[in-house]
Design a protein around this ligand. Sequence first.
Ligand code: FE
Length: 179
Amino acid sequence: MTTLTLDRIAAMFENHGTAYYGGEDISQTAHALQCAQLAEQAGESEALIVAALLHDVGHLMLAESSTTDMRHQEAGADALGALFGADVTEPIRLHVAAKRYLCAIDPAYFNTLSPVSVHSLQLQGGVYDGEQAAAYAAMPHALEAVRLRRYDDLAKVVDLATPSLTHYLDMAARCTRAA
Ligand code: FE
């Protein structure tokens, strides 16, 4: 299993951040920064802002490996577990499940999804039924993951100004287990 450090995370954004964010018109780095900015503007904790920044770190990891594992949320959360606590890793782990949950409880939400996101929803198992939605909502960090999901969905604006990657990596350093 991969174990990430802050230096490795910075290097991955440097080396792979310019790649396009799955089917959308912005880069991985722009998407990550916009997601973090939305969390910051909403007054979220630094842990959730860092989770927003790093929610797709599993995609950057896949760019460095030959695996075709689709479960980027698990790969990312597991790789960050030595560095951060559950308040960072679990919203990341749950951000795909949060989409399946939101589609189940909020019919208007589904209509806001981009075509790419609708397609990936099917690959990710589709909309939860009532029982699955209730089980999701009972999990720790489920609500933080739902808020992260909403920032994720909005973080696709071409040419939006954001704070720098350094601003958020400094915040990440403050949120590590060692800090
Ligand atoms: Fe994302």
